[in-house]
Design a protein. Structure first.
Length: 115
């Protein structure tokens, strides 16, 4: 949960950006942030200390992306529209597009061979 949700402050779409960061961490590690703590201790840690620790083995671009997601002040947290232009997202889209181009060229070759 975002700090502002825990503190029952202004709930905005910025909360979803914090949750996005948590989801990415869970996908990377297979664990929820602060999973080993009870719920109250985890919430206190988020409010008092801020974002969860990031894995050491991630790229500088992903670290920067996650730090944008985990900006404690929700008013300063990046919006989704801003994060879409982040280098980590742009690079992922570029890699996906290149992969799709490669896949489609493979399919064409297979179709040609089968004729």
């Amino acid at each position: 949960m975002a700090p502002e949700v825990i503190q029952s402050c202004s709930i905005t779409s910025a909360c979803d950006i914090w949750s996005l960061g948590c989801t990415i961490l869970e996908l990377l590690t297979g664990h929820l942030p602060y999973e080993k703590l009870n719920h109250v201790a985890a919430m206190l840690k988020i409010v008092n200390e801020g974002p969860p620790p990031l894995p050491d083995n991630i790229s500088p671009e992903l670290k920067d992306f996650l730090s944008n997601c985990f900006t404690k002040d929700s008013a300063q947290r990046k919006r989704a529209s801003e994060l879409l232009g982040h280098p980590w997202i742009v690079a992922g889209n570029r890699n996906r597009d290149e992969s799709m181009e490669y896949d489609s060229s493979k399919r064409k070759k297979k179709n040609v061979k089968s004729i």
